[in-house]
Design a protein around this ligand. Structure first.
Ligand code: SF4
Ligand code: ZN
Length: 347
């Protein structure tokens, strides 16, 4: 079969079919279009300004490894003027996170970026292994998600960064849109496609890969020979998300634009971020931003410390009423706030 010419440069041989568009293109043109699309996403959404200190949430997986590589490349190529850091959270999952963190440590050397690792154990006094031992495998991802979110914010505050970027890709976002539709959760549906959220406290979070297809991220990592870790977490991921993923892959096989189309549909429900920020207060125990007296992490941690985290809600309430929280509960350290140049902090 005669080899085809790249439809973009019209010179080199096409060696791949671009998953997003079906175009037959060469390797160099693939790198260029992939990187340029991410650059366009960043500039259209005005994600950064010169001098920003930005932490890349790094797990050692394909998405965050490609993100670290692309952020460094674009920062150099287009003079964004960013100070980049790698920020990793160690959930304490033996046989999974310990291995993936070794990858992040190699990435730190390969990309010459400072790395901060923060563990659930040092922050909460609990590893995911210990949490699963107490609560079983049913709600482990709820604990892990709440703890990770706050750990990332705390790590970012320690690094005094303004902004965290994460490797969430177009497939992840389209899956979330589908899940929120299937659950009828309109509030989350309105937030899940936002490229940038003013995270908890003052730290911004954004998703430069919002429009990058997972298949293209894998292809990019493969052709660039990037060093990443590809094993799934041993504590089975969210089963409901699994259904949305299978459904999305079927749709993508029939029509590749389905992923972007679903994101665009979700965007029609977007709400302004500041609407939800207004009624926030700070957690009475740890100072982290919260909509209740206790932040979610402190509430979950109290359940673990009292040994009632794995119980049903009725049984929990009964025990909580019968015995209020003891004074000497292990708690999370007070939230370290990153000082902002335009913000007055209490003396
Ligand atoms: Fe945590 Fe669940 Fe993800 Fe494993 S699959 S890292 S337990 S959120
Ligand atoms: Zn708290």
């Amino acid at each position: 079969m005669p080899s085809k010419t790249c439809v973009l440069c019209q010179k080199a041989n096409a060696i791949l079919k671009r998953p997003k568009t079906g175009q037959q293109i060469c390797k160099e043109c693939f790198f260029t279009v992939f990187e340029t699309e991410v650059h366009n996403t960043i500039t259209t959404a005005k994600l950064f300004k010169p001098g920003d200190r930005v932490a890349i949430g790094a797990s050692g997986g394909k998405d965050s490894t490609v993100l670290a590589h692309v952020m460094k490349t674009l920062n150099d190529r287009y003079n964004y003027g960013l100070q980049l850091f790698l920020l990793s959270i160690d959930e304490g999952i033996t046989g999974y996170r310990d291995d993936s963190l070794e990858t992040v440590k190699r990435n730190q050397i390969q990309y010459d970026l400072p790395l901060k690792i923060l563990s659930y154990d040092e922050l909460y006094g609990w590893t995911m292994d210990a949490i699963v031992e107490q609560i079983g495998r049913k709600n482990n991802c709820t604990f892990c998600g709440v703890f990770r979110r706050q750990a990332l914010d705390r790590g970012a505050a320690m690094l005094e960064v303004d902004h965290i970027v994460t490797g969430h890709n177009a497939d992840d976002i389209a899956e979330t849109v589908l899940m929120n539709i299937m659950r009828g959760d309109i509030a989350r549906l309105g937030r899940c496609t936002l490229i940038c959220t003013q995270g908890e406290d003052t730290i911004k979070r954004s998703k430069p890969f919002k429009y990058a297809y997972e298949k293209e991220i894998v292809m990019y990592a493969y052709f660039k020979k990037l060093d990443y870790f590809s094993t799934e977490c041993i504590y089975s991921p969210d089963a409901y998300r699994g259904h949305a993923r299978v459904f999305l892959k079927d749709l993508e096989a029939a029509r590749p634009s389905a992923i972007i189309d679903i994101i665009h549909s979700g965007e029609a429900f977007e709400v302004a971020e500041d609407v939800k920020i207004k009624d926030q207060q700070t957690c009475q125990r740890c100072g982290y931003i919260s909509s209740n007296e206790l932040c979610k992490a402190c509430a979950l941690l109290e359940g673990l410390e009292r040994g009632i985290a794995g119980m049903g809600i009725k049984e929990r309430r009964r025990l909580e009423k019968a015995a209020p929280a003891p004074e000497n509960l292990r708690t999370i350290p007070v939230f370290p706030r990153a000082p902002k140049s335009n913000e007055k902090l209490p003396a």
